[in-house]
Ligand binder design. Structure first.
Ligand SMILES: Cc1cc2nc3c(=O)[nH]c(=O)nc-3n(C[C@H](O)[C@H](O)[C@H](O)COP(=O)(O)O)c2cc1C
Length: 669
């Protein structure tokens, strides 16, 4: 292994600002790198788990100065299985253990004060919710219980009491989660707050709840306790908190000078949920111009910039440009806990980069422990700058397939000391992910196979590219084990005649996309995509086609598009598909009555059978459930070879499953 482990110093530092120390509430931060709050769902029975400790401590060990945890249960009513209790004594040992480990690693830890109020990211209405006014959440249409002033006071007292407990446990501070459509935001926004008492109406009144909390926490914890304030910068809701209102709110709190830092997040619920975590279709440093404007309204109070900061150079530049004093990242540090360490060692190429796919959010919204597409070791104890352990016995391993599952298996196995040969039918590595990465806004996907290639090179994988191998060629290498990463193929849509498949005039979306990428000419007429996929790649292809055809129609037998993406991503799909005027025909499928030779597609409603037509069809293609390509498995096993099947070849799923499978297989060899 040739990974350079020594930090570089002084003039050699590539990112001097990023790595320079900073002081908050009298506490020294070793650099400007901050882990922004991220729900991990690593708690169990409301208690701190070792995985939760490992996750945060590993970020600090990996070069992060300060980490902000997900909101904890600072009040009795907030407890859940994964939300860790602070309000009772039971959990103090866990909290202390966490804080001590963070301090020992030269870091600081904060948690968030948050209550979702009426907000709900799950289907259906909440059975219990507090809020400023009885107005519906725009996603779940939950109407909260409008809090009385007594209930508000109680909430503030509860927060202050728990804050003191956290300080006693060794936490360095707290961040008030005042954005993202949660309860503080609901009080701040005239759209959700129509109270007529001291907590509603004028800006000062709408800010009062947060101000009460600030004062109560200061009174219980003193001035040497970091208190951060996360505010909405632009919630995207008409009549809500827009940048002008955010600037006024920022000035209000800045004038009080009682918080140690500000940061701003965007979006609310439902229609603007995607602004919480801008996905790969949003530009890097998504909200920097807005953050700069709000930073300049902050009266010199330090500010954190957050939102699609992927690379150390971006962090360095934002500090240089006065956008913030702190570089706050959540998904980036989930993907590579050693991001800071690698930046300090001038090892940018070794950084495993966030894809901004938001599958992490999808996982936690299903109440599952946090995972990452491009970090198969998220939350494991040995995550920081991980390199595989040597295998006890060196083997000859053949990997068939150069997609991300095969590549992951190949580099990990080679790094363990095995002699690995990887065959890829394509002359380029990355498989279907590479094709997707060529679609509009999808280039961050390349960071998965780019990283894998860098590692594979270090580990000594032997590549045979542009070679389609059969069983005989594989057996000729006398492998001890074979990893089959042969992917999958979109199935023929069975509602259409089989004869049409045999005639071969209708091709699946992947084949068509490849063709259109090679010959990117504009064509008249309508392109129709049968969407039985529900995932981002199909919508990115639709966007791509929108520039090539007069009209694009997505035809789906489902009741919604984008259903297999996490809710945040679904919102982003809607924003793009409806924004680009791509037509969507729901609950519909094509029929054999279609006359493609005349440019006519006949579809039927899958519920009532009613038929309709789409005319001027220049292209029909299908994105359907995929079938594993497993032709080689039987013969190889019959020849006595141990076969590991990974990725889509095992079971067609998503990128996260592919990297996981490959990683596990590489480690198991
Ligand atoms: C899985 C996930 C969980 C998150 N949980 C929280 C949270 O508990 N509190 C919060 O304020 N923000 C949360 N966020 C938002 C992040 O703090 C951050 O604002 C957002 O992800 C954009 O930053 P990034 O591009 O560095 O990921 C979460 C983001 C993700 C992806």
């Amino acid at each position: 292994m040739n990974v350079q482990r020594q930090p570089v110093t002084g003039a050699e530092l590539e990112y001097p600002r990023l790595l320079s120390p900073f002081t908050l509430a009298g506490k020294r931060l070793k650099n400007r790198i901050v882990h922004a709050a991220m729900s991990t769902r690593y708690g169990r029975n409301g208690e701190v788990t070792q995985r939760f400790v490992d996750y945060h401590v590993n970020r600090i060990k990996g070069g992060t100065a300060m980490t902000i945890t997900e909101p904890m249960a600072l009040r009795r009513g907030q407890a859940s299985d994964t939300r860790m209790r602070v309000w009772d004594q039971d959990n103090m040992d866990g909290l202390k253990r966490l804080a001590e480990a963070i301090q020992a690693a030269d870091g600081h830890i904060l948690t968030q004060i948050q209550d979702p109020g009426r907000g709900n990211h799950k289907p259906g209405r909440k059975m219990k919710a507090l809020g400023p006014s009885p107005l519906p959440d725009d996603w779940s249409w939950t109407i909260p219980h409008a809090m009385s002033t007594g209930e508000i006071r109680q909430m503030v007292d509860d927060f202050a009491l728990s804050a003191r407990k956290l300080k006693a446990a060794g936490f360095s501070g707290l961040e008030i989660s005042g954005g993202h459509g949660h309860i503080f935001h609901q009080f701040l926004s005239p759209w959700s707050n129509i109270r007529e008492d001291a907590y509603g109406g004028a800006l000062e009144n709408r800010c009062r709840l947060i101000q009460d909390v600030i004062e109560a926490v200061r009174a219980s914890c003193g001035s040497d306790f970091i208190l951060g304030l996360r505010l909405p910068g632009d919630d995207g809701i008409p009549g809500g908190v827009d940048p002008d209102e955010s600037e006024r709110i920022t000035r209000y709190f800045a004038a009080k000078s009682q918080v140690d830092y500000f940061c701003w997040v965007q979006g609310s619920h439902a229609r603007t949920l995607d602004m919480h975590l801008p996905d790969m279709h949003w530009e890097r440093g998504t909200f920097f111009p807005l953050i700069k404007r709000l930073h300049d309204a902050a009266n010199g109070i330090p500010c954190g910039a957050v939102g699609r900061i992927l690379e150390p150079a971006q962090g360095e530049a934002l500090l240089r440009d006065g956008i913030g004093e702190l570089v706050m990242m959540s998904r980036t540090l989930l993907t590579d806990p050693a991001w800071g360490l690698k930046a300090a060692q001038n090892r940018d190429n070794d950084i495993r980069k966030c894809v901004s796919c938001n599958n992490c959010w999808g996982v936690i919204n299903l109440e599952q422990p946090l995972m990452c597409d491009n970090n198969p070791r998220a939350g494991l104890p040995d995550e920081v700058d991980w390199w595989p352990k040597p295998a006890a016995k060196k083997q000859r391993v053949v990997v068939v397939g150069g997609g991300i599952a095969g590549l992951e298996a190949a580099w990990v196995a080679a790094a363990r000391g095995h002699a690995v040969t990887l065959f890829s039918a394509s002359s380029e590595l990355g498989g279907k992910t590479r094709l997707n990465a060529l679609l509009p806004g999808c280039d961050p996907l390349s960071s998965i196979y780019d990283f894998q290639q860098v590692m594979a090179k270090k580990a000594g994988v032997k590549f045979e590219l542009g070679v389609t191998v059969g069983v005989d060629e594989v057996l000729a290498l006398a492998p001890d084990a074979v990893v089959l990463a042969t992917g999958s193929t979109m199935a023929w849509p069975t509602m259409l005649p089989k004869a049409w498949q045999d005639e071969g005039f209708l091709l699946d979306l992947r084949a068509i996309t490849q063709e259109l990428l090679l010959h990117p000419v504009k064509q008249p007429g309508t392109a129709v995509i049968l969407d039985m996929d529900g995932m981002d790649g199909t919508y990115s292809a639709a966007e791509f086609m929108r520039d090539k055809f007069d009209r694009v129609v997505l035809l789906t037998p489902r009741e919604a598009i984008g259903r297999d993406e996490p809710l945040v991503r679904q919102q982003s799909v809607y924003r793009r598909i409806y924004g680009k005027r791509i037509d969507v025909q729901l609950l519909s499928e094509p029929t054999a009555k279609s006359r493609f030779e005349d440019g006519v597609l006949v579809y039927r409603n899958v519920i009532n059978g009613d038929e309709g037509e789409i005319g001027d069809v220049a292209l029909f293609t299908y994105a359907t459930p995929r079938r594993p390509n497993l032709e080689m498995q039987g013969p190889l096993e019959a020849a006595g070879v141990t076969v590991h099947v990974v990725g889509d070849a095992y079971m067609p799923r998503n990128v996260m499953a592919a990297t996981q499978d490959g990683h596990v297989a590489g480690n198991a060899l």
